[in-house]
Write a protein that binds this ligand. Structure first.
Ligand code: EPS
Length: 400
């Protein structure tokens, strides 16, 4: 990212998490309350562990905003860890007289083993503290600012869980959303969003939601964990974000990178995704139509809103698969790195299933990618200038 950059810092059980976002335009209205909405949503979900009972994630804006509007300078956000008082000794910045016992049984599937080798640590706490998905709270806070920018231009992002373990939702955004948009039933979209927000699994299918919760309970009993799949959708995008002209400008590539860089994500699909492999071209590509009242339009969205690395004006639909979390309360076998003896892997408080929370993280990173592309398209020094340029966007091919 070069137009909008962001960095996060902070350990899971350290004093706080921070994020710095640089490159946003001046004049964007933003408040701590705007950021709070998404931080609260990230803490949700059936299957979360004890930590979420302790934390009340809240991002303080430390810089870059004056009288409720961005200045154009870097925005610094601070999220304090409420759990910190319980970790002051164990996570002390200064050396301590009696350090806590080292953790040396890496969890299969976590960053522990490769991290211990790479950074030459003999205590896996030095790895897990930063590799923990706690960091995603900072990404969500940064993403909430990007989302606010997108909302200025009518762009909305939402997500929903399509699968937890083997339980699948009957709902897929790629089909249903297209039907709702084709029939003009836009208020149905609002009802759909309400259903997702009310669901503890962030699943629009009420029957699947019940089955998912039951499965999470059973899995918890067994000391195991669950992954799943979710879809993220962006609507209201102008045509031409991203470009085919060079590999690192392709929007699908940028989105895949951002999604694949979220902890525990193993597969990113756009539109039909892996479904394109088995169909002939005639059943994959979305035909173009034109009506005077509607302009150019499509009846399907198998491309998931991206053709040739560019947004094509249809909803962007991204499907992501998440692996089950590697901290098992009934641990897998591992090796004690202090004496190479076979032992159970390290285990501590964690979540059974974090797929509903991951949806909010994925929404945030999509917002960051799209906000950057929007600034590139509209010239991003000030909101005023961006609005002027937005009004001047060309929306049809040259020809008339
Ligand atoms: C998380 C905080 C963590 C875990 C989870 C995500 O809290 P703690 O480690 O204190 O229980 O609940 O972290 C992981 C899944 C992981 O693999 O590290 C959070 O804030 O989202």
């Amino acid at each position: 990212m070069d137009k909008i950059r962001f960095l996060t810092a902070g350990e899971s059980h350290g004093r706080a998490l921070t994020a710095i976002i640089e490159g946003l335009p001046a004049g964007l209205e933003i408040s701590e309350q705007d950021i709070l909405t998404d931080l609260k949503r990230r803490q949700r979900g059936y299957g979360r562990g004890g930590r979420m009972q302790i934390e009340r994630d809240y991002a303080k804006i430390l810089s870059g905003v004056r009288y409720g509007k961005t200045l154009g300078s870097p925005i610094c956000l601070l999220i304090e860890n409420k759990d910190w008082p319980n970790w002051v000794e164990k996570m002390s910045v200064e050396p301590v007289i009696n350090p806590v016992q080292k953790l040396q049984m890496p969890r299969p599937g976590h960053a522990d083993y490769a991290g211990m080798v790479k950074y030459q640590h003999d205590d896996l706490r030095n790895i897990l503290e930063r590799s923990s998905a706690r960091e995603t709270a900072a990404r969500v806070a940064a993403g909430a600012v990007a989302r606010k920018l997108l909302s200025e231009f009518g762009i909305r992002i939402f997500g929903h869980v399509t699968q937890i373990g083997p339980v699948q939702s009957s709902f897929s955004a790629i089909v249903q959303l297209q039907n709702l948009m084709n029939t003009g039933a836009l208020d149905e979209i609002e009802r759909l969003l309400e259903r997702i927000e009310k669901s503890e699994t962030a699943c629009a299918d009420e029957m699947a939601d019940e089955k998912m919760k039951k499965l999470i309970d059973e899995t918890k009993q067994r000391g195991d964990t669950l992954g799943g799949q979710f879809e993220i959708v962006a609507i209201g995008l102008p045509i031409g974000l991203g470009s085919f002209t060079h590999w690192d400008r392709r929007l699908d590539g940028r989105i895949s990178w951002a999604m694949g860089a979220i902890n525990a994500m193993k597969c990113v699909e756009i539109g039909l995704g892996s479904g394109v492999a088995q169909r002939p071209g005639s059943q994959v590509h979305d035909e173009l139509f034109y009506e005077k009242s509607r302009g150019y339009y499509r009846k399907t969205n198998n491309a998931g809103g991206i053709e040739g690395g560019m947004s094509n004006g249809e909803p962007i639909v991204v499907r992501v698969s998440m692996k089950p979390l590697p901290t098992l309360s009934r641990p897998l076998m591992s090796v004690d790195c202090s004496d190479r003896s076979l032992k159970e892997a390290f285990s501590e408080r964690s979540d059974v299933c974090a797929v509903p929370a991951a949806v909010v993280v994925a929404e945030a990173v999509l917002a960051l990618v799209l906000a950057e592309e929007l600034c590139r398209k509209l010239g991003g020094d000030s909101i005023k200038e961006m609005h002027r340029n937005y009004k001047g966007l060309v929306v049809e091919p040259l020809g008339w």
